[in-house]
Design a binder for this molecule. Structure first.
Ligand code: FRU
Length: 598
């Protein structure tokens, strides 16, 4: 085949991204194959993406060696957004992309006219579109690209480390790596870049990290040891360690450390079991959880399995966790086994179920009948919840991915997709002899409060608070204390001037709290998105905290006994609150605080 070389001048949109107009040097090798030689001197090449384009397989070749393979939906006829590819680590080497475009382009005239060749551009800084209407104000979200599960979370020396499933090269799932963010307060996060990229064993699926205080693995005192699933044709467990507090990782040379002949075999969660002095790993294997033990974090012994016939089995079990908590109001402690499940959640798709019981360092024993199913959050958008290792002051802090596999790839954001729910301190409470997990927004959230813009007391009838914000930011907390009469139904509505609204209803007869987002805004992207979710309240509803951000509402009833996390996509922020009750209900305090990122 005759090789044609073209140089395409960059004109379109280059200035808006602060990118330099340089030429792309493309050589077409067939109707579906080309090479692009990278220009020298810039840190990033910005790759134009079209969400519904075919995937292109890109081999990154530096100094004649294959150094990466990535998949990018390079734009065919229009550019939805750009993703940066960092060229700096190949400094001094000639870099080229060997690109194969999937699909039938070869039959339909080839790839030469695809706009991506013209629109690739070079830059030294990546600009984030902070103006995206659904980009959260105070929730953790990737600056660009796709995010799912939180991973490898640990606390050390005053810093909370959060890793997460990341596609740096598009806003849909793929190229799964671990992104890394840090925070001193669980609210304001700093992007630390990508910590783990796919290697010869596959993509880097979910997992956990521990702080190895006693150097049991021999990587050094206080080394951070991360466990993850290597996902390629099969799923195996791998480890990596960091001696610079989680910034950079070295892969363990003996990977994979655990293998099995099971297709869904993933998401290792490791913790120190103080009572036996061993490390424990809990791992999802199909529809059960497997427990392993180790003295040195490298060699693992199978101990037991949990799950057969327990709880919901309507989907695959994923992202486990296992920890002990005191039962508030008693002198007892219980173990909580967290089992995220997809599909099979109470309102369809993904959700977080859990079991309470005992754990002796070898075996988890559930304290309820097999048919009992408990959910940590009764919204539609709370998944892959796991906890931090080494949290201070006996805290058990969890973060969940705020989406649902039913529509996560379709939600109407552009340069990024998905945020995490606000961090929560979990605790156990006992109701009618049964133990449940409650979730409180971390106390650090309170420091985000600006001065209350609404402060009222009322006896309902009807209370309507219009225009909650002079300058609507769409990021606020409603804090409410009330005393409903027995059997009262209290209805709260958050609405905007476009006629969009969500309702939160307390039904005193049923003892439930529900959230209805069917009229909440854009729902066109998935017929599975409109929903009413319902949570048991465990007692009369006396307090409610509602966290609203640009595209989410998180409801915490009765100090975290009834929790619902739901996404919403309103055309403009809800700025009106209406509350009414069919029986006498005293609102002793209603406060609305703007939440301001420090
Ligand atoms: C859960 C999950 C995990 C897996 C990861 C892949 O959302 O399916 O089980 O490790 O996502 O991104």
């Amino acid at each position: 085949m005759k090789v044609r070389n073209i140089l395409v001048a960059l004109l379109l949109g280059a200035s808006s991204l602060g990118a330099s107009a340089q030429a792309s040097d493309v050589s077409f090798l067939s109707g579906s194959h080309c090479i692009v030689r990278m220009a020298e001197g810039s840190r990033y090449i910005m790759l134009p993406v079209q969400e519904n384009a075919e995937i292109c397989n890109i081999k990154v070749i530096a100094g004649n060696n294959l150094v990466r393979t990535i998949e990018v939906r390079l734009a065919v006829d229009n550019v939805d957004y750009y993703v940066p590819f960092d060229l700096s680590e190949y400094d001094g080497k000639k870099v080229l992309f060997d690109i194969h475009v999937n699909g039938n382009s070869r039959l339909t005239g080839g790839i030469k006219d695809h706009v991506c060749w013209r629109d690739m551009k070079y830059t030294d800084t990546v600009e984030i579109n902070a103006g995206e209407p659904f980009r959260p104000v105070y929730h953790h979200a990737p600056e660009w690209g796709w995010m799912n599960d939180p991973n490898g979370m640990f606390y050390k020396d005053g810093v909370w480390h959060l890793y997460y499933q990341l596609n740096p090269y598009g806003s849909q799932w793929g190229n799964i790596s671990w992104g890394h963010s840090t925070s001193k307060d669980l609210v304001n996060w700093t992007n630390e870049g990508v910590a783990l990229v796919p290697d010869g064993h596959g993509m880097v699926f979910s997992g956990s990290s521990v702080v190895d205080k006693d150097n049991t693995a021999g990587f050094g005192k206080d080394a951070i040891v991360a466990f993850y699933t290597s996902a390629a044709e099969s799923q195996t467990q791998s480890m990596a360690y960091s001696t610079d507090d989680g910034k950079t990782f070295t892969r363990y040379e003996g990977n994979p450390i655990i293998v099995a002949d099971i297709p869904d075999f993933r998401d290792p969660h490791v913790f120190r079991h103080e009572q036996t002095g061993h490390w424990i790993m809990i791992l999802a294997a199909g529809q059960e959880m497997r427990i392993y033990s180790s003295a040195n974090l490298k060699d693992w012994t199978y101990e037991s399995s949990f799950g057969k016939e327990y709880g919901s089995h309507a989907g695959v079990w994923e992202c486990p966790d296992l920890f002990e908590l005191p039962v508030e109001g008693t002198n007892e402690k219980k173990w909580v086994l967290v089992c995220n499940i997809n599909p099979g959640g109470p309102f369809g798709g993904s959700a977080t179920q859990y079991f309470t019981g005992t754990f002796d360092g070898h075996k988890f024993t559930c304290d309820t009948k097999p048919e009992v199913t408990k959910w940590m959050d009764y919204g539609k958008d709370h998944y892959a919840a796991v906890s931090f290792d080494n949290a201070p002051d006996g805290r058990r802090v969890m973060i969940a991915w705020m989406s649902n596999w039913q529509y996560a790839n379709q939600v109407p954001t552009v340069q990024f997709r998905s945020a995490n729910a606000i961090a929560r301190d979990v605790y156990l409470f006992r109701d009618k002899g049964v133990d449940y997990v409650g979730s409180r927004p971390v106390a650090e959230m309170t420091a985000m409060r600006g001065d209350a813009v609404v402060s009222k007391k009322a006896t309902l009838g009807r209370l309507s608070v219009k225009n909650m914000f002079k300058a609507p930011s769409g990021a606020y907390e409603i804090d409410l204390a009330m005393a409903p009469q027995d059997g009262a139904t209290v209805k709260m509505m958050l609405s905007n001037q476009k006629g969009e609204y969500v309702t939160i209803v307390y039904d005193g007869n049923m003892g439930t709290l529900s959230f209805d987002r069917r009229q909440g805004g854009d729902k066109s992207f998935s017929e599975l998105f409109p929903a009413v979710t319902t949570a048991p309240v465990h007692g009369k509803l006396t307090s409610l905290r509602i966290f609203v951000d640009k595209s989410s509402v998180e409801v915490f009833g009765n100090d975290g006994r009834a929790v619902m996390t739901n996404l919403v996509f309103p055309a403009e922020p809800y700025n009106t609150l209406t509350i009414n009750s069919d029986k006498k209900t005293t609102v002793s305090s209603l406060k609305v605080y703007p939440l301001i990122k420090k």
